[in-house]
Design a protein around this ligand. Sequence first.
Ligand SMILES: [Zn+2]
Length: 336
Amino acid sequence: MLTKITPHCHETALNGLYAITLPTPFPVGDVFAYLALGGGSAPLTLIDCGVRTDAARAALKEGLAACGVTFRDIERIILTHHHTDHIGLAGEIVAESGAQVLAHPLCVPWLDFPAAKRSTFDAYMLSIFREGGVPEDVIGGIERVSAYLGSFAEPVRVEDTLVEGDQIALLGRQWQVYHTPGHAGDLLCLYQPEARILLSSDHVLRAISSNPLLEPPESPEMPRPQRLLDYLRELQRIAQLDIHIAYPGHGEPVTQVPQLVEARLAMHAQRAEKLRALCAEQPRTLYQLVRAMFPHLREPEMFLAISEVLGHLDLLVRDGKAFTDLREGVAFWHAA
Ligand SMILES: [Zn+2]
């Protein structure tokens, strides 16, 4: 399903669509950028573009060169979501090529004003962590990781937005835009119905479950987004599509999307049940639950773990299986 042309460039099942592997300094490992060659009225397009490091830049240039493409030739960049490993080199490519950048509206502030967006993000998370009983030294560690991620961000202007139901021309075919919040609130998948190909970004990954990460609401008066609930709903929606191959942001392509979705749903139900049992033993804080679920966490994984456990607690609340009481600003979770 992926045939290696050079160390970083692979052919996909669709003529003119190439997968370029780029290293990241993060635990997730390599990330894919996809190159859709131009032709006819379709502009030469890069879908995602790796993290802003020397190693990723060199790999991207090498992968593009295998297809006879340089940064200057890129006419359009579609960013599937705002995470650093997918957007990092966008600014540099735009500076060289003048490429048009497209992303979901929720991604725009992360690209236009990354520093301001990250400080809103950090302030919001602080309130979640305090209510979750997370100790101050652990909060300090999460803030260090956030600052580290922020160091890769570089502003880039989004020229146009893509939303659910839009159509976009790639490789002389019409692709349908699916907005699939979950792993990130702004995550987009692109689907080509005749070729039955899905560019699934981090929504459908084969080897790892896409962690639905905590995010602030769009505006302060709105409730906290429940990203795991979004994610499970959007997984089921994508499983309805007729998909021959899904090309993800990380790891091997996926051919059996409905089976994978079923396995993910079962896994999340199981983890939620484990949390319910812990809350039934005694009421616990979010942080105590995180520690009980993941006793060997390292600093860079703490935010992922908190996001995941809070997601499963949202699932239990939705199903009437858990509730909280607030004691001096800290929420304790009970089994219903
Ligand atoms: Zn991501």
